[in-house]
Design a protein around this ligand. Structure first.
Ligand code: SF4
Ligand code: SF4
Length: 382
């Protein structure tokens, strides 16, 4: 059965440049994964050859490696340390310019210009993270105009995952590996073809510009089979069936002390997490003290300073800070926002220098004696 051409089409991978050229013609700056310094980062893409063709990533707790397979696979790398967070919630954002005047001072907001940016290669977990950031910055009582301005110009081209990393657990969080919403277009790479589906009016419009041959039932079925196989291959899972209460009940669990002995409070996990949104503000006056810039910066609940409130540090130890992070992420986030704060991307596992694994820690915290009920390796061999 052929699928309606306005919602689905097939593009040979060798013709992917057509999609990039169409986006450029519509005024988008294209951002995609590129290989840099042994990892994959988001950056401007002008040509298909900028994409990580033939590369694959291997990730384990505390370990990230890229390897070249020599294939023509375009989207073989699942992800790097960066999620989509930086495109909407900027790591460093000037909020206000303050200037001294005769009568006191005047303030001038420094809203960023909305830029048309097309991101190609976002994964289902990235979209789930973006939905959570939207909930925090746009859909709550206070709409953040800086975030809104950056978000407005985004056109998102997702890629369904057909290969899972050893650190992925999106299937258990029900956020992936198939992208279900939050994209304009979604691609599934099946050998040398890209199945393209539209998820928005803008996506349908772009798809119709490409004049592709219609999707076939055979290719759609093969794409679905590969996505399902990817879900089944995930060796990590997070059991959230007893959350949030079970984690609140574990507040005095001895595992927190053991964890505090390993955690370096380096903040890596919070920097790479697509949903963490802690920030601080800094005031930078000029030398003449005539003007000052008020800037928002990413911060982390793992720093001493972040817990310092009104003359007292409310989370003085690493144990306090790790417990606060995990309990917020997996428990109180549900009460606060109606969803888990974890989307199962596994980045905090890969980029933790000592390989602390949230799935293993939660499993241990939900048992009486603090021992994990099963490492991924045990699950594989059982
Ligand atoms: S807590 Fe870890 S696995 Fe969950 S969304 Fe954040 S970085 Fe990803
Ligand atoms: S990345 Fe690991 S060591 Fe660093 S703060 Fe997070 S849990 Fe602790």
């Amino acid at each position: 059965m052929a699928i309606a051409s306005e919602t689905c089409g097939i593009l040979p991978s060798a013709h992917l440049q057509r999609l990039l050229d169409t986006l450029s013609a519509k005024g988008y700056r294209i951002v995609g994964p590129i290989v840099r310094d042994g990892s994959v980062v988001w950056d401007t893409v002008r040509s298909v050859s900028d994409l990580p063709i033939g590369w694959r990533d291997q990730q384990e707790p505390g370990r990230y490696r890229l390897e070249q397979t020599g294939s023509q696979e375009v989207f073989g790398v699942v992800h790097g340390a960066q999620s989509l967070k930086q495109f909407v919630f900027a790591p460093r954002e000037p909020l206000l310019q303050i200037e001294r005047s005769k009568d006191g001072f005047a303030t001038r907001p420094t809203l960023p210009q909305s830029e048309k940016v097309a991101i190609i290669g976002a994964r289902a977990c990235d979209l789930a993270g973006l939905t959570i950031q939207d909930r925090i910055f746009l859909n709550d009582a206070y709409r953040d105009p800086y975030y809104a301005s950056r978000r407005e110009g985004l056109f998102v081209i997702a890629v369904n995952c057909t290969r899972a990393l050893s650190t992925c657990f999106c299937a258990s969080m029900e956020t992936g590996p198939r992208a279900k919403h939050g994209f304009d277009l979604v691609l599934t790479e099946v050998d040398d073809s890209l199945l393209i589906e539209a998820g928005s009016e803008a996506g349908r419009d772009l798809l119709s510009n490409l004049c592709l041959s219609t999707g076939s039932e055979q290719l759609s079925a093969e794409a679905a089979r590969r996505i399902e196989a990817c879900a089944q291959s995930q060796v990590r899972r997070l059991d959230h069936s007893r959350l949030p209460q079970a984690l609140y009940d574990a507040h005095e669990h001895p595992r927190w002390d053991e964890l505090a002995g390993r955690c370096l409070a380096c903040t890596n996990c919070t920097m790479v997490c697509p949903t963490c949104f802690c920030h601080t503000v800094e005031e930078t006056p000029d030398l003449s003290h005539q003007q000052s810039t008020h800037t928002r910066l990413w911060d982390s609940c793992f720093t001493q300073e972040h817990g310092y409130i009104h003359g007292k540090n409310v989370r003085p130890t690493i144990k306090d800070r790790y417990r606060m992070w995990l309990t917020h992420k997996l428990a109180s986030w549900i009460d606060q926002f109606g969803t888990s704060g974890c989307v199962g991307c596994g980045r905090c596992i890969t980029w933790c220098p000592v390989g602390i694994d949230v799935t293993e820690e939660l499993s241990a915290l939900l048992t009486q004696d603090g021992r994990s009920s099963g490492t991924p390796q045990q699950m594989e061999s059982s």
